[in-house]
Design a protein around this ligand. Structure first.
Ligand SMILES: Cc1ncc(COP(=O)(O)O)c(C=O)c1O
Length: 466
């Protein structure tokens, strides 16, 4: 503990030296916004650097520092920051054709919906757009509740789906409660009692929970490739079992593909698993850098939001001032179209970068006698992956479930979250949870610089901690 604090002190001093202007600006922010900003992950300790521009793999701050960025717009920017295909499209926008919001129906949302459905390839699927992942998963849960007439929600321990009441349990790992704790004030106790959690990739646990609670549960919501929970791929057997059991118990199966959608192939990762969930949620990269999300799913479930239904039986999934904003829809279409058209170039490239990063980060720590296990690699179904998360195992850990990543008795969470983050920032690399997502704009030279930064972090870890 003392050693970690000493290293943090050293790193913080380095960071403060190079980000003086950012600190001045951040002080202004603190005077007008709680915590000095609007998203707590961006507001890391001691204070965030404030950026002036972003291009490709890079972001630049007010002190003229450059950082290789693996956060990439919360993993939305699979082509890197401000890619040419999108900036070219923006040049074609004009005020007359609805680049700013009009509040009317336009063709652009149809084009994006057609493309999304084509890439998913399911029969009798429909879409409704909204503006954030949080809203998409909230509506998906409500649709499943209306469809089944049940209230219960089964989610994965460690799964983050945004902050809506039925999904605010079992996100963070708490030493006493594990993934069984309420995540926020303001969620009524009656709701918390209706949220159940199960361990990712653990078929036995899923069977057990459903055997006990199956008849109360409206939906099972699962990320087929777990995101914040640890960048872990589900096994084929696990998702096959989830599909079979949800059918058996009459439960709506929701795949939350807000991170995984179009990240591994130009479709949902569900396509690789060959599974058709009842509902799917998409967000992040499907908006081409804009606030777009979608609930896609079986018509008979989505139709629970039709205005004809009685108020008691229908879901009020019908508002949203900025839903299907023309500019957002056009940008989303351009993004998905370029991913579909250039899939054979983009996906192998980002997967190779991801693999290179995972392997070499493990190596540079290993060379100093420090064990590191990078999660994010795929499996026999998801054959390549651009994601990487650095973990410092404290025991022999297999890394199949969120607990392996976030239980501080199994992995050194503070080392990854606080120390590694600052160590890399001082070397000009920006990561979240020890790593992030490679984009198509990350080239070999960026990987080399990144590895040099991890290598320097490993040197300091050895000197101060091991
Ligand atoms: C899997 C998943 N679902 C839902 C959300 C919530 O999306 P948003 O932040 O757009 O509300 C996130 C956000 O990180 C996510 O990773």
């Amino acid at each position: 503990m003392i050693k970690i604090d000493k290293l943090l002190e050293f790193l913080e001093a380095q960071y403060r030296k190079k980000t003086k202007k950012s600190l001045q600006i951040y002080r202004r922010a603190q005077r007008v916004m709680v915590q000095g900003g609007s998203h707590s992950l961006r507001l890391f300790s001691p204070y965030p650097f404030i950026i002036t521009r972003a291009k490709g793999p890079m972001v630049y701050d007010f002190d003229r520092n450059a950082y290789i960025d693996y956060w990439q717009g919360h993993y939305a920017n699979i082509l890197g920051h401000n890619p040419k295909v999108l900036t070219d499209e923006f040049k074609r926008f004009s005020l007359e054709d609805g680049s700013l919001h009009t509040g009317f129906e336009g063709e652009s949302q149809i084009k994006l919906a057609e493309l999304l459905l084509k890439q998913l390839g399911h029969k009798d699927y429909r879409i409704r757009f909204t503006t954030s992942g949080t809203l998409a998963t909230m509506y998906a849960v409500m649709l499943s509740q209306a469809y089944t007439g049940r209230d219960g929600v089964l989610k994965i321990g460690g799964g983050w789906h945004g902050a809506s009441p039925y999904l605010l349990k079992g996100v963070k790992y708490y030493p006493q409660a594990g993934f069984e704790q309420a995540e926020s004030a303001g969620v009524p106790k009656e709701i918390l009692r209706k949220i159940f959690t199960t361990r990712f990739n653990d078929g036995d646990d899923l069977e057990k929970v459903l055997w006990r609670k199956g008849s109360e549960i409206a939906c099972l919501i699962v990320e087929p490739f777990l995101g914040v929970g640890g960048f872990l791929a589900a096994s084929q057997e696990y998702l096959d079992l989830a599909r079979a059991l949800t059918e058996k118990y009459g439960i709506v199966l929701i795949f939350d593909e807000i991170i995984s959608g179009f990240r591994f192939c130009p479709s949902g990762v569900q396509k690789l698993y060959g599974i058709e969930p009842d509902l799917s949620t998409f967000g992040k990269l499907i908006g081409g850098g804009h606030a777009v999300s979608a609930v896609a799913g079986k018509s008979e479930i989505l139709e629970k939001c039709l205005p004809q239904g009685s108020a008691k039986l229908r879901v009020l999934f019908e508002g949203g001032t900025f839903s299907s904003h023309t500019q957002y829809m056009r940008a989303g279409y351009v993004m998905l179209k370029s991913l579909a058209d250039q899939a054979s170039r983009i996906y192998p490239k980002i997967a190779a970068t991801g693999e290179n990063l995972r392997r070499r980060v493990e190596e540079v720590f290993g060379d100093r006698g420090i064990e590191v296990k990078c999660t994010g690699d795929g499996n026999d179904v998801v054959k390549g992956s651009s994601l990487f998360m650095v973990n410092f195992p404290l025991k022999r850990v297999r890394y199949t479930s969120a607990e392996d990543v976030w239980n501080p008795a199994l992995s050194h969470v503070r080392l990854k979250e606080e120390v590694l983050k600052l160590a890399l920032l001082t070397e000009g690399v920006h990561v979240v949870h020890g790593g992030g997502a490679a984009s198509a704009a990350h080239e070999e030279k960026h990987v080399e610089q990144t590895i040099a930064a991890y290598s320097e972090a490993a040197r300091l870890f050895k000197k101060y901690l091991y």
